[in-house]
Design a protein around this ligand. Sequence first.
Ligand SMILES: [Zn+2]
Length: 224
Amino acid sequence: MKLERHAIIKGVIFCETGLRIGGSNDDIEIGGNDNPIIRNPVTDLPYIPGSSLKGRMRSLLELKHSAITQQTGKPCDCGQCNICKIFGTHGTHKARESVLGPTRIIVRDAFLTSESVKELKAANQEKGIYYTEVKHENLVDRKTGKAEHPRPNERVPAGSKFDFEIVLRIFENDNENAALNLIREGLSLVQKEYLGGSGSRGYGKVRFINTTIDGVPFVLEEGK
Ligand SMILES: [Zn+2]
């Protein structure tokens, strides 16, 4: 298969509500937040792993288009559809790679824009917020109305922005438009739903702004 070119989609992920992508709490000291978000270990700045955005796009596309997912609730592994082709085959079906060829999409980790780093640093100095906010949530006893089991949830505050980049590898005989439409639809579905955890409780509403493809505007929804 001949690799013809790469189409580069870039833009900014704007968090309309707090965003929570969970990290590991292995190295959290006693008394610290037991529910941390993922951070760059060197800079301590929160980021959005490419796998989170890719996985969310894929699962929403599968819910919409894959009969396998709709019946089993599991990821599509048909090895034939455009989702399998563009997002890659699952580990158990390596043999199908010879038919589909390599994964077409590369989703980079998304880092805070320099503007957001500045803003969050300022908030850190003024209010002691460590680039994030901690939201306490609890269960409410239905009979007594009393709040129980308070649990701190760390999240990136609303208004934060991350630079994102998606690379589409276009091979000879690939249908570039179909692939781009799938990416467009995947991003637009994430926008309609959420990214990260606790979406049903209001977290993770994002908007993809200033989106471009190879430097020219990449409109997510037709007619807009
Ligand atoms: Zn499939």
